[in-house]
Design a binder for this molecule. Structure first.
Ligand SMILES: [Mn+2]
Length: 356
């Protein structure tokens, strides 16, 4: 028994029948109704679906009329320790099914802000040839950029960021926010290769993909730290994990904003930036890193920057027990999709809805 009146109980019975269509946030109700009308699979359980796409975005084959292009880059050559990152795009499609479509804090709905599409995976001409694979990625991202679509790339090893930045840097001076345990600016060859996932951002600077004076690397620590002289030589701001502990999240974000400024920037998230306890499913897991909430709050703190592209890299499903690492990366990917959508809308002043 409770002290509720019959009248109050009757009102609650009516509320209990209410569908999302009549949500108390009208824009959520309208989005839900649109998804029903368009038979968008956004609210359907995963097992009813036949094709996996990132965050249930529609699958497109051409970048025409696409604002944000999700692109799988199944590259695992050029990794020094072990491969298997080529399985990440499909694993993240699967994991993305339980993330989005509505941001839990800000109530943002990326699909109501931009035309988002899953462009599939790049099919590499010679998947065991690093230089050719990098060229294939460069061509694919040039095609997206030329069509005006912002890339949201899902790697693959971190090497993928080099051709993406080289393509994006053709038409703009690009700042970089780089979350990682490793600065990935090593000089010289690694295992006989000039380009590896440990030298991505040295190449990105030398090929004028990014402006090192507008580059911030966050979360740096661990066994390879003595390799990163080029970061300092080129003028990047390197915020180690120890710095993060001393400066704190708000201090780091203030510094990021002052370095990046109002200009276009790109966000790259290497999953080993996150502590190995939260994200073991990667080639070189590093302890003493970000908790899952810290990295989420760091990404959320980038809201308002002019983000023109982003990637998530280095997930290795072969060592991802029970998919916990893919789950975390898919959740962070949705945060990034929200930032990309909002930045795009702010930059263009145009709202386009995704149609299924
Ligand atoms: Mn990296």
């Amino acid at each position: 028994m409770s002290d509720m009146t019959d009248q109050k109980l009757e009102i609650l019975r009516q509320h209990a029948q209410r569908s999302l269509e009549n949500h108390r946030d009208p824009h959520i109700g309208a989005f839900y109704k649109r998804c029903i009308d368009e038979q968008a699979p956004v609210f359907s359980p995963a097992h009813e679906l036949t094709e996996r796409t990132f965050y249930r975005a529609p699958r497109k084959h051409s970048p025409e009329d696409v604002d944000i292009a999700c692109l799988g880059l199944p590259m695992d050559v050029s990794a020094p320790y072990h491969g298997g990152q080529k399985f990440a795009p499909n694993a993240l499609r699967e994991a993305s099914y339980t993330h989005g479509p509505i941001h839990d804090r800000w109530k943002l709905i990326p699909f109501d802000m931009c035309r988002i599409a899953d462009m599939g995976n790049v099919v590499f001409n010679r998947p065991h040839d690093t230089a050719q694979t990098v060229e294939d990625i460069y061509q694919a991202v040039c095609a997206l950029d030329d069509a005006g679509a912002a890339p949201f790339c899902v790697g693959g090893v971190h090497t993928v960021s080099h051709p993406i930045l080289k393509a994006m840097g053709r038409n703009r001076s690009l700042g970089l926010i780089h979350i990682d345990a490793h600065a990935d600016t090593m000089t010289g060859e690694m295992q006989g290769e000039e380009l590896s996932d440990g030298a991505v951002f040295r190449h990105a600077v030398l090929d004028q993909g990014i402006d090192p004076a507008r580059t911030v690397q966050i979360g740096i620590r661990g066994f390879a730290t003595h390799y990163w002289d080029f970061s300092h030589d080129s003028g990047m701001r390197v915020i180690t994990m120890d710095d993060f502990d001393e400066i704190g999240l708000q201090g780091v974000l203030a510094e990021v904003r002052s370095i990046i400024g109002d200009g276009p920037c790109y966000l790259t998230l290497d999953c080993d930036g996150i502590d190995a306890a939260y994200l073991p499913g990667t080639q070189l897991p590093e302890p003493f890193g970000f908790t899952s909430r810290e990295v989420r709050n760091l990404i959320r703190g980038l809201r308002g920057l002019d983000l023109v592209g982003a990637d998530i890299v280095e997930l290795c499903p072969l060592v991802d027990v029970r998919g916990t690492s893919a789950n975390l990366m898919a959740a962070l990917g949705f945060e990034m999709l929200c930032l990309l959508s909002e930045a795009r809308q702010a930059r263009t002043g145009v709202t386009h809805k995704t149609r299924w």
